[in-house]
Write a new protein. Structure first.
Length: 215
């Protein structure tokens, strides 16, 4: 099975053009303290450079229902990844295209496993390190043992692993956790907010090598 790849925190057309077919571009919204933050009105121009076989995701924290409506209706993203609280007054199709981010403790933290919402509400789930990883681009590793336990406990669910993923460790992350998808941001940057084409290609190459290895 081909691993779903999301390149997150994209801010320029050159990086968007490297998003693989069948993958996703992630655009951070509503985080003025982040070097990856974009105004919603900027995103449609970047989506124009995305392969028709790839998805556009907005990445937000505690969004209002108005922002969710704007991102789906005006910006025309395919999915919205949410850290924190999801508005309670969304329409069915909006809920179905929301991707909740579940907080995972760091290795050895002893944090309890997050509550996994029902599949009938959320088709995809995002696993990221607990705390506030969004501004920094999730550079820290979550506990992979916890992530693997969640993957094993929910067969068939589309779980996306994030947090501290780089071209150097993505193969190991995929082998240990075996998620449906992988999410990277800070790990493909030359400096905060600046995506590096060579690192992106190395990352995609490592994922392809994993996918080509017999399980």
């Amino acid at each position: 099975m081909k691993t779903f790849v999301k390149l997150c925190g994209l801010t320029d057309a050159a990086a968007v053009a490297l998003v693989p077919d069948g993958g996703a571009a992630g655009f951070v919204v509503g985080q003025p303290g982040s070097p990856r933050n974009l105004a919603p009105e900027v995103i449609p121009g970047l989506i124009d450079g995305l392969s028709k076989e790839a998805e556009a995701w907005a990445v937000v924290r505690d969004p209002s229902s108005a922002l969710v409506h704007q991102l789906f209706d005006d910006v025309e993203v395919d999915r919205i990844q949410v850290y924190g609280t999801i508005p309670s007054d969304l329409e069915f199709l909006e809920i179905h295209h929301i991707v909740p981010s579940l907080p995972i403790g760091r290795p050895g933290s002893g944090e309890t496993d997050p509550v996994v919402p029902p599949a009938e509400d959320y088709a995809r789930l995002h696993l990221d390190v607990s705390g506030d990883p969004l501004p920094a681009g999730s550079p820290e590793l979550p506990d992979w043992e916890t992530c693997r336990r969640l993957v094993d406990a929910h067969p068939g669910r589309k779980l996306l692993l994030a947090g501290g993923i780089t071209p150097q460790n993505v193969g190991e992350a995929l082998q240990q956790v075996r998620p449906w998808g992988i999410d990277v941001s800070a790990g493909i940057e030359s400096s905060p907010g600046h995506k590096d084409a060579a690192l992106i290609k190395a990352f995609l190459g490592a994922v392809a090598a994993y996918d080509a290895t017999p399980s």
